[in-house]
Design a protein. Structure first.
Lengths: 443, 443
């Protein structure tokens, strides 16, 4: 291992202690290692196995669940220097990448061939493909194009004991043996360390055309979402911002979004019939009670709307300390979910802004509070838990796309139940019998 | 267990001894059980665990790899009577089904709501969803819509010891814990018995519009396939039939397909711009050397072409005894694969008809031979193996959609290599420590 690949300086080590999740403990790592080759990763893991030292794999640390946080005495394995795009193949519509490649870089490389890598988490300009694979990341385009799991065809991973495992395939189809590839996607670095990935690409979609619809309530906006989906439309984007979100975005970036609306629904299409589809959706929005439906004039204006949406989380982070939730419910229960969050906010006397991937039923309630006020902190934490409780009661999941990490470990057990949890622990033991890979995360 | 749910009559037991794969041994089962409830399945598995008796789950036994074949002394667990569609939900675009539901019945139920369940194996009018999940079945529409794995959101399964496990979700997105759902899809009944599935539906596509292009060689047809995919088209179907296949279909059903062509490529689109896309594809076919490009006059004529394609396997089965292979290669290697199969056929002095899901690089070489001629049988078996060898050498997989079953066990080990195979065996042991679930299959 070359010297420059190893950092023990306490300031550097501290800088790699945690991801972007609030309220998650982070331990003190012994060392941060920046491998550049598969062999170096194997060396680190062999050594860690020999010495029984925990290893915490990291991408860009943009995660929101504490999954990349250091544990005491661990080796932080930062994969950011394994950042080469090894291949973009337009005939087979695949790319072969190292885990440290930034999502946006892969998107740009694919665009150069008329292709796209769809999953687009909010952090897409800085997050890495390895991190996306670890968390099973989603994004705004998932309502039409699906999540990370749909795009990972094959993986090279290093196991806890340093052995190299290849899973999956480079072909469009294949069913030889158990699907270890998909078992690894979303496993949050607890089963193995990804060192190379074969991902599927798609032909680049045409630019989106969007509309913005203002609703007098989140319930009526949710009704519109259900009507659009029940009518067989396939929007390329369907996002819902509540008043708090809209005002926060305006305050941050003067976007001129309508501040009096209770719910702003953004819907876009990218297919050849997008104008007609938008017109039909406009009608459905009006029928569901929209007070205003404003189609974008062109694709540039559509893009501005999407930019506004992308600012939602950073904008709300300026309003106070935040805890960002990630509950997904069946989309038919979106209205009940949003009503319930309002009730929680009122009862707990807190602001909870909600931005949702509405077409997927995936909500991000953002609990905003004053971290200097212990009573408010306590109510914020209670609210955060009540939101997950509500999501489960509506047939949902405690995490649509951010992962479990440290933040939601107790909730995973509740969601899975004892039989599934027991099997998951046994699978963990198959891959990592000594329990050195990202210990204490997820399971 | 009600009496009528249990068959011990030797004729009945013999009738359930095997699926549609040739050249796979089948044992003699002790009993065939037809459960109608989850509790009955649990009872069977608890009993089997107590008595250490093997259990072989079966759907409609349309499989092509021997995965559903009985083993000596086993309980055959036929799921065909658990055949209710429990829910079709157009807002959430899901269906909840029991495993014995026939694929076409689910398709029809979905169509009643303007929806579709895309995976469409050739046997779709008789195969069951449980069997589709077991094998990870594909079909003709996969080039645009993907395979079974993409459509299974959640499962209820009974474990080897009789416990009930629920995996996955009813939501569009979700990343809570390891993806046991996808681990189970394609596991060929070796990990658990599916008793209920939540599957994703899509808005029903518009009728397809197709063209047929005649090529002087499979190589030039493969070139056209690559050109179409490299140009960013997303056909809803892209199938290739060689001379043997075309003539067999004509002989069976007088379809009037062009018998002098070396390779007949069928391409279809179902999007709003389908006429324009077909015209562009016609140009690409001509540029790649097509001697004739015949667009279908309308959707009815398109449908006839697809009917002809669907007859390929049964038509070739009339030419002699057959062994049907299922090798998928990166689509850029399709030409090399087809050339290689021709070489094998010539060298082994056998007819090998090839029908391919060309857009996916998934070929079905059908080795045709006289089962009464031991020398020919030996050459057929050699050819079958040489075809898989060739597929692996081209970066492919020995099974794109039919599964490993009994037919390709030795080949699975070669494809996976020792590290992956070892992990797969350990995962099998987690789910089925006594090894009673479909023993001897897949792994």
């Amino acid at each position: 291992m070359p010297k420059e690949a190893v950092a023990v300086d306490p300031d550097v080590v501290a800088a790699y202690a945690h991801d972007m999740a609030g309220f998650c403990e982070a331990g003190v790592a012994a060392v941060v290692v920046f491998p550049e080759t598969v062999e170096q990763v194997q060396h680190v893991l062999r050594t860690a196995t020999e010495l029984r030292v925990p290893v915490v794999p990291q991408g860009a640390r943009t995660g929101l669940s504490g999954g990349a946080n250091a544990v005491d005495g661990c080796i932080v394995l930062s994969m950011v220097k394994m950042n080469r795009i090894l291949e973009v193949d337009p005939v087979n519509r695949i790319a072969v990448v190292q885990p440290g490649v930034v999502n946006a870089e892969l998107s740009r490389a694919a665009a150069g061939h008329g292709l796209a890598y769809p999953p687009d988490p909010s952090s897409w300009e800085s997050c890495t493909i390895g991190g996306n694979i670890g968390t099973g990341a989603g994004g705004l385009c998932c309502v039409k194009y699906g999540v990370t799991s749909e795009y990972v065809l094959g993986l090279d991973v290093v196991l806890a004991d340093g052995r190299l495992l290849s899973t999956g395939r480079r072909t469009a189809k294949g069913v030889a043996g158990y699907d270890l590839t998909r078992l690894l996607v979303g496993s949050e670095g607890t089963l193995a360390v990804v060192v190379e990935a074969v991902v599927a690409l798609r032909p680049a979609p045409a630019p989106q055309l969007a509309l913005a619809a203002e609703f007098p309530s989140t319930a009526s906006a949710s009704e519109a979402v259900c009507a659009v989906m029940a009518s067989g439309h396939v929007p390329s984007l369907m996002e819902l911002m509540d008043t708090t979100t809209v005002r926060a975005v305006n305050a941050m970036a003067r976007m001129g979004l309508p501040e009096e609306t209770r719910a702003l629904l953004l819907v876009a299409f990218d297919g050849p019939a997008k104008e007609a589809e938008l017109a039909a959706v406009a009608e459905l929005c009006r029928a569901a009670g929209a007070s205003e439906v404003v189609p974008a004039e062109d694709e540039a204006e559509s893009d501005l709307l999407l930019q506004a949406r992308r600012l939602s989380l950073p904008a709300m982070e300026r309003l106070g300390t935040t805890m960002i939730d990630d509950v997904a419910v069946p989309r038919s229960r979106l209205g009940a979910m949003l009503d319930g969050v309002e009730e929680i906010a009122a009862r707990q006397r807190l602001t909870i802004g909600v931005v949702s991937h509405a077409g997927d039923g995936n909500t991000h309630p953002v609990v905003i509070f004053d971290a200097a006020d212990p009573d408010e902190v306590a109510r914020a934490k209670e609210s955060f838990d009540e939101i997950m409780e509500l999501g489960l009661s509506l047939g949902g999941t405690v995490t649509g796309e951010h992962g479990i990490g440290l933040l939601k470990r107790e909730w995973l057990a509740r969601e899975l139940g004892p039989v599934a949890l027991g099997l998951q622990r046994q699978i963990k033991a198959v891959f990592d019998p000594l329990g050195i890979l990202n210990p204490g995360k997820a399971l």
